[in-house]
Design a protein around this ligand. Sequence first.
Ligand code: HEM
Length: 343
Amino acid sequence: MLRDHDAFSSTPSHRLPQGNAPSVIPIDFDQPEHTAYRDAVVEAMRPHRLRAAGPFIVETVSAAVDAFYRRGGGEVRRGLSIQIPFRVLTGVLGISRETVEALLALSDPPAGSQTDGQHHSADQRIRALLDAEIAAHRSRPAPAGDYVDWLLTERVDAGLLTEAEAVDILLTLAVAGFRTTMNSISTLVYLLASDQRLQERLRADPSQSAYFVEEMLRLRSPAQNIARRTRCPVHIGGVEIPADERVVVSVAAANRDPAEYAAGTEFDPSRPARGHLAFGWGIHQCAGAPLARAELKALLESLCSYPPFRLEGDVEFGHIKEGIHFGPSSMHVRFAAERVDKL
Ligand code: HEM
């Protein structure tokens, strides 16, 4: 279904729950519009850009872990997970530290506490911040060669995108990776904090971090569903679905399919978990996957240099937000002892 974009459309109103949200570039577009938008988006994640941003990503993640540890641990979502996804964007996209901190302040209210109206107004304010960011790039005496510069010179000035579309693209890059990465961080901490043997296994060999990340993505996928709309009548698994119906791929179910994964409901970082659908599949497959993987690997490697940590009290998972997002909404951890080597 995710590969067959002739039959399954991503144009607006395919989402669950159905809303009147404006179309997001490139997620809510079909070919051929999608192709041009996607080309502009994936430029941000080209290997040379991520390589250059690598040390910044590691530093940003390590600083967040260190601050969390120095506070003695505590509530993970606000104390750690939310602190990382926007901040890495400074090094990856070239947007300023001030803009990133303002984005963070706008996104900080506890999960689920915003009404639709407040959500809309936060979106407007994020857009205004990104408008200002573009104006600041425009007013520089010379481009610095970052992604925002590339977007303005190679796409807007070349007449391939409007400036409003460039703002939309920055908005997508900021927002699409926010809740998913935040939940991934919380979920990794949850898995390790709730299973000391698993944590010991990683500490014994932090070079296994990438496998832990991949297995978390498979087993506890941060985006649980991917929705589409049928363009024509389709047959799936012996069921006929008429045209113009909304359909959902359950990522959670596919990633535990017994035909693909033996003991698929168990966390086993030694299994070859690649091939999972946590980042989707086909033309809309997550454009930010290499960045997310780099952040999450850096997180685990950094956590391994601090004392063991464990859960304190109950963990709240809440419901799956917007029909998609899954992860602990509230959870406390405490570190076992002071780290004496680095303090
Ligand atoms: C672990 C973290 C992440 C997960 C689980 C995730 C998951 C997904 C999924 C499932 C899709 C496909 C949606 C569909 O087919 O309708 C997607 C698309 C996308 N993601 Fe991610 N994502 C993550 C992180 C990020 C990050 C860090 C960024 C960028 C900074 C990002 C940017 C995007 C974009 C731009 C698309 C749209 C691609 C297209 O339509 O061509 N994501 N993501």
